[in-house]
Structure formats: structure tokens, C-alpha cells
Ligand binder design. Structure first.
Ligand code: FES
Length: 165
């Protein structure tokens, strides 16, 4: 079944179905002078659409060295990020989410951004970096970069805590 991801927030958990989902650019209407209404179209970037339809690094890592889990308080959907660290460098990284398109796309992007970096370098990756990579997102979808960046930080913190013990 085809769905328009921007009509409302759907939850996804099976990436093999993402290719069949149509991503529609997002019409946002607003009014400056009542009662006239204006419409703005948010055009999702090619990169955003590609990362949603073909999420990179989807999955889990058995015996992960670090694991981060965050929840979107608005809907209860979660993002998990798993890390395999070798010599202080991220050798492997995977993610899973029950969240919708902005969370899938930005989590996929952040795993690519972090892979191969040292733990210290990965800690520098911010939600702003993810926002820049995702291209323009409507304000209502900005929780995507926020959740993915928070999940990465949680996984790195978990690794650093385990390392102390
Ligand atoms: S509906 Fe839950 S993350 Fe979008």
C-alpha cells in the first residue's frame, strides 16, 4: 500500500517496505493577514529521500560496545544506535527505529557521518550538522535530527561509561 509520509507521521519498522512509500513535498499553510491563507512547499532534498528509501546501517550489533536509546516524547517512538569500537574508532554502527521518515532518514545519515570517526570526533557531531546534511526540513519535522543526534550521543556516552569500569 502506498502512503504519503508527510500527510501525517506514520511509524515504520521494516526498511524493506520503505522503497514503496511515496515521499511528497510538504505543504504548510499559514496566514499572515486573516482571512487570507498562504502555502509554502517544503521540498525534501534528494539526499533526505534517498536515505529514507535506502536506510544505511540498519540493524543491530551483537555485543555492542555502546548502545543508545532515545524516545520521542510526543509519540513514544524510539531510536536505537549500536556501536562497535576498535582502538577508539567507530568500526561499525547500526540503527533501528520505530519512528517515521525524518527519523529514519536522519538516523541513517548520522550513522554514515559517525562511521570511521574516533569517539571524540563523533561526540562533536551535532543536530545542526545533521540538519545541514538533511537539507531544508519543515519545522514540524525538526525532531528527526534532534532524536538521531541524541541517540548517537547516548551510545557514545554508554561506551565511555562502560570503558571506565
Ligand atoms: S510519529 Fe513517532 S517519530 Fe514521527
Amino acid at each position: 500500500m502506498m502512503k504519503h509520509v508527510e500527510d501525517k507521521c506514520y511509524s515504520y519498522s521494516n526498511p524493506s517496505t520503505f522503497k514503496d512509500i511515496t515521499i511528497k513535498d510538504d505543504p504548510i499553510s499559514f496566514s499572515i493577514v486573516k482571512p487570507r491563507r498562504f502555502k509554502l512547499m517544503f521540498n525534501y532534498s534528494k539526499e533526505f529521500k534517498d536515505h529514507f528509501k535506502n536506510p544505511r546501517n540498519w540493524g543491530t550489533i551483537k555485543d555492542a560496545d555502546g548502545k543508545g536509546e532515545v524516545e520521542n516524547p510526543g509519540c513514544g517512538d524510539k531510536v536505537w544506535i549500536y556501536l562497535k569500537i576498535e582502538g577508539d574508532r567507530i568500526k561499525d554502527i547500526k540503527f533501528q527505529t520505530t519512528g517515521c521518515a525524518p527519523v529514519v532518514a536522519t538516523s541513517s545519515m548520522i550513522t554514515e557521518m559517525a562511521k570511521g570517526k574516533t569517539v571524540e570526533e563523533a561526540l562533536e557531531i551535532s543536530r545542526t550538522d545533521v540538519e545541514e546534511k538533511a537539507g531544508k526540513l519543515p519545522p514540524i519535522k525538526m525532531y528527526g535530527p534532534n532524536l538521531s543526534a541524541t541517540a548517537l550521543k547516548a551510545a557514545l556516552d554508554n561506551y565511555l561509561e562502560k570503558k571506565k569500569k
